[in-house]
Design a protein around this ligand. Structure first.
Ligand code: FAD
Length: 586
């Protein structure tokens, strides 16, 4: 299996020279934050990812998780790595200082999260959901719940889960039937079955805090009748100590295609003691705090896997000797040339790298707006919220679709060896595939983008996002890049506006095409902006290859946007002309 090396050089360029993070921290008054601290956090995060969890990745896939009478056990080494992680404060990176968190900016945390995903996605998944649970409790929990639970979840002493899915309620949460009966002491008795619950049980921590969607007896039908509850695995006493086990159990763990080191649990709640988070019947809105964070984080999973697969493919392409290069012999002292000299292999490496690094730039821009939302107020804050809302489905769906494409190229570069487990390349394909499905399938992300974010806001969020990208275009020094980027941005706005008066049925048919068009175009603008800055980059050895990668994106990947544009304009009719009888006939 290839060795993972965190892309610190690329992060350094993006943060220091592309984003100008020192100016950014000054603008948002992020006291005590600067580029020196950011690079130190990243360097330490890289060490943890490379040395502690990357070495466990393949073995975790092989050993998997087990359910015994004592609960779920995770692969050897996973729990110990988690103890190192929390002892070094990584779990608390984003948590509020009021509950002993470090309150660091997202621009520091997002690159660390990407590295964790590259190193070991199964391992990372548990900590990711714990962070999202912290957000939901921080934003919607009562003061009493926060005091009792938050510090221990932020530190990582306890982990968190997200319980939405039921056998008959996946995408459509209005169908969920788990019940919550009010009790005399103000708590609720939760009864029902949840499936596919990530880290529903494990051997990492003494307690697990489940966030569970359920219905009160008098709840209105549909999504307006769902409430959110905090349900601990072990009840917590008034003095904060652990009490009796709650009526929560694991029915089974799923056998699945990938992410074998992550326990995916069927959870049974049999009158378990739970506590309301937020208002009654307003649970979905509270859960969306958790889900929106998790959606971007799932996007980062795709980014992490894309990088890991690219690194593995590059290492192999340099080592593997096959054939002579068409441009002439490259290694006369050897029986054949390394396959990296084959233009077709370099084409695949460039697809991998240009997509991955394009997505990374978008993730850093997203982190910038998360910082603004966190530190600023007034119009700056509400504009940042709109940009984040617009970009979230794009990051979730595009990064994870990208990862499936990129990791398949990883296998292709290895030839038949890519299909053999020993090399680790097929694990990336298996591990990343779920990211296109969970946290709302990518089809649902596209529906969210074109429905809630574009048409329902009457184009408002898109216009605010346009202004954010316009700033990037205005900042370009090279007039050729600038006019290209401006053309892309103008076309994107026109195309988006052309959809505002289209019917829901029309929009649904081309939603995925619109999402892809947005992603290829917006990332194209980011590549042009990076190309604009790279000639003056401090590290010119790195810049030379990155410039060629960006030029490849513009020449060979960006044209995909125009194909999606064609489908946006002409695709809906043929989809909506069909009905069930056209698929099912006698
Ligand atoms: C490994 C793993 C881990 C998971 N972790 C968790 C977890 O921690 N917590 C949790 O609650 N859940 C979790 N899930 C569940 C996951 O989020 C769901 O599987 C996912 O949301 C899709 O739901 P579904 O599987 O029921 O598919 P369905 O909802 O049945 O969808 C099937 C297909 O129909 C499409 N579709 C459905 N409705 C629409 C619509 N309105 N518009 C367009 N297309 C539509 C979907 O896009 C999809 O292609 C996990 C799943 C797995 C496999």
């Amino acid at each position: 299996m290839a060795t993972y090396n965190a892309p610190l050089v690329d992060f350094k360029f993006l943060l220091n020279e592309w984003l100008n993070i020192d100016a950014h921290y000054q603008q948002i008054n992020a006291e005590g934050m600067d580029s020196e601290l950011a690079l130190e956090v990243l360097a330490q995060g890289a060490k943890f990812a490379e040395n502690e969890i990357a070495p466990l990745n393949q073995h975790g896939d092989e050993q998997g998780c087990q359910l015994t009478n004592g609960g779920v056990t995770t692969p050897d080494g996973f729990a110990a790595a988690y103890q190192t992680y929390i002892a070094n404060g990584w779990n608390a990176m984003l948590g509020s200082a009021d509950f002993d968190g470090q309150d660091l900016p997202y621009s520091m945390a997002v690159p660390v999260h990407e590295m964790l995903n590259s190193a070991n996605l199964s391992w990372r998944l548990t900590t990711m959901l714990t962070e999202s649970a912290v957000l939901a409790i921080t934003k919607h929990g009562s003061e009493e719940l926060k005091q009792r639970y938050l510090a221990n979840i932020i530190s990582g002493e306890w982990t968190g889960t997200m319980n939405l899915t039921e056998p008959h309620a996946g995408t459509d949460l209005s169908l969920l039937s788990t019940k919550a009966e009010p009790q005399a002491d103000g708590s609720y008795a939760i009864t029902g079955n949840k499936i596919f619950i990530t880290a529903g049980d494990h051997d990492w921590s003494e307690n697990i805090i489940h966030l569970v969607l359920a219905r009160l007896p008098d709840a209105p039908k549909g999504v307006k009748g769902i409430s959110l509850f905090l349900v601990p695995k072990i009840n917590v006493n008034d003095d904060g100590s652990l009490g009796t086990p709650n009526a929560v159990s694991v029915g089974s763990i799923e056998k699945k295609m990938g992410l074998k080191g992550s326990p995916t649990c069927v959870m049974n709640y049999d009158g378990a003691r739970g506590f309301l988070i937020g208002e009654e019947h307003a649970g979905l809105a509270c859960m969306f705090t958790m889900m929106n964070d998790a959606r971007f984080q799932v996007g980062l999973q795709g980014l992490g896997i894309g990088e890991a697969s690219y690194q593995g493919a590059l290492e192999y392409a340099i080592d593997r000797l096959q054939s002579r290069a068409p441009q002439g012999v490259q290694a006369p002292d050897k029986k054949a040339d390394p396959i990296v000299f084959q233009p077709d292999v370099r084409r695949m490496l460039l697809i991998q790298r240009s997509l991955t690094e394009g997505c990374r730039a978008l993730s850093i821009l997203y982190a910038k707006y998360m910082d603004i939302e966190k530190y600023a107020n007034g119009e700056n804050q509400s504009n940042a919220e709109a940009v984040i809302a617009y970009l979230t489905p794009i990051c979730k769906a595009f990064f994870t679709d990208m990862a499936t494409e990129v990791s398949n190229h990883g296998i292709q570069i290895y030839g038949g060896h890519g299909y053999i487990r020993e090399w680790g390349m097929e694990q990336y394909v298996r591990d990343t595939r779920i990211a296109q499905l969970y946290e709302g399938t990518n089809g649902i992300q596209a529906a969210d983008l074109i429905g809630r974010k574009l048409t329902r806001s009457n184009g408002e969020m898109m216009k605010i996002t346009h202004a954010a990208f316009n700033e990037i275009v205005n900042d370009m020094a090279n007039s050729e890049y600038q006019s290209h980027a401006l053309g892309l941005l103008t076309q994107w706005q026109t195309v988006s506006e052309s959809l505002l008066d289209k019917s829901p049925e029309h929009c649904a048919a081309i939603a995925c095409d619109y999402l892809n068009y947005c992603a290829y175009t917006l990332i194209g603008i980011l590549w042009l902006s990076m190309l604009d800055k790279l000639p003056n980059a401090e590290n010119q050895d790195y810049a030379a290859g990155k410039i060629k990668t960006g030029e490849f994106y513009i020449a060979s990947i960006l044209p995909r946007a125009q194909q999606y544009l064609h489908t946006i304009e002409h695709g809906a009719e043929s989809v909506n002309a069909t009905d069930l009888n056209d698929f099912v006939f006698a």
